[in-house]
Unconditional design. Structure first.
Length: 258
């Protein structure tokens, strides 16, 4: 292993996570990239060819209750110094809470809350000891939008937003900087949006690309910002949604507008 520090990126086999890995490699960080998909090995090979950095690829189920400790113990056993932690791994369902399975609900709660919090717990202790470290947590604008069919998703993203802000304040003067990134729609194919609607969204800026989001997020992290919500229209959306009373949301549900 080289003397360069490592950036640990979860959910790095595709989409936003893979782009985070590329941005960190551009900045000459060695990489630890983690995913539950075997495709992570293929992405590791691409990164090794494109950048003069070391890449450790790990297939791990981060939805397990003890996943954070296992990952931390692995890094400790290999002597990997993690200077940047990017908690990106996540899942998404546009579905009523009771229509999701017990297994999925346990998965999203572990993956969006338990695992990132405990990864921060283990790795930030070492960052504090070195008085240097950066942590990026992927929240969402839905953290401010408690609406139907996104109950667990928006609630867990709200946890990440609030947890990030609290720990940002706690760790800032210890040399460790925590940033929450709160995007709206990202062009990853996750939201089942038509091609025409995607093109319009990209044009007006409501939808962003994984590449653009990753660069914006990393820039905010290294600028030591507590949070960033990319896109002017996302700020407009948050303002408008905040004006809707719960009774209006119930009518929207009843009339099947959304």
């Amino acid at each position: 292993m080289t003397g360069k520090p490592y950036a640990l990126v979860t959910g790095a086999s595709s989409g936003i996570g893979y782009q985070y890995a590329r941005v960190m490699a551009e900045k000459q960080y060695n990489l630890i990239i983690v995913s539950n998909e075997q495709a992570i090995e293929e992405k590791a090979e691409i990164l090794r060819k494109d950048f003069p950095v070391e890449v450790v690829a790990l297939v791990r189920d981060l939805g397990k209750p003890d996943a954070a400790k296992e990952l931390y113990d692995f890094c400790q056993s290999k002597g990997l110094v993690v200077e940047v932690l990017i908690n990106n791994a996540g899942v998404y369902h546009d579905r009523d809470f009771l229509d999701d399975s017990e297994a999925f609900n346990e998965l999203i709660l572990n993956l969006h809350m338990n695992t990132p919090a405990m990864l921060m717990y283990y790795f930030s202790k070492e960052m504090v000891a070195r008085h240097k470290g950066y942590i990026l947590n992927m929240s969402s604008i839905t953290s401010n939008i408690a609406v139907q069919r996104l109950a667990t998703y928006s609630a867990t993203k709200a946890f990440l937003k609030n947890f990030s802000r609290s720990t940002h304040i706690e760790l800032y003067h210890k040399g460790v900087y925590v940033t929450a990134v709160r995007p709206g729609a990202v062009n990853t194919g996750l939201y089942n949006i038509s091609n025409a609607a995607t093109k319009i969204g990209l044009f007006v800026g409501y939808i962003t690309t994984p590449e653009r989001l990753a660069r914006r997020g990393v820039r905010a992290m290294f600028n030591k910002r507590a949070q960033v919500t990319p896109g002017f229209l996302n700020h407009v959306l948050l303002f408008l949604v905040a004006l809707l009373p719960t009774c209006a949301l119930r009518l929207i549900r009843r009339w099947k507008i959304f």
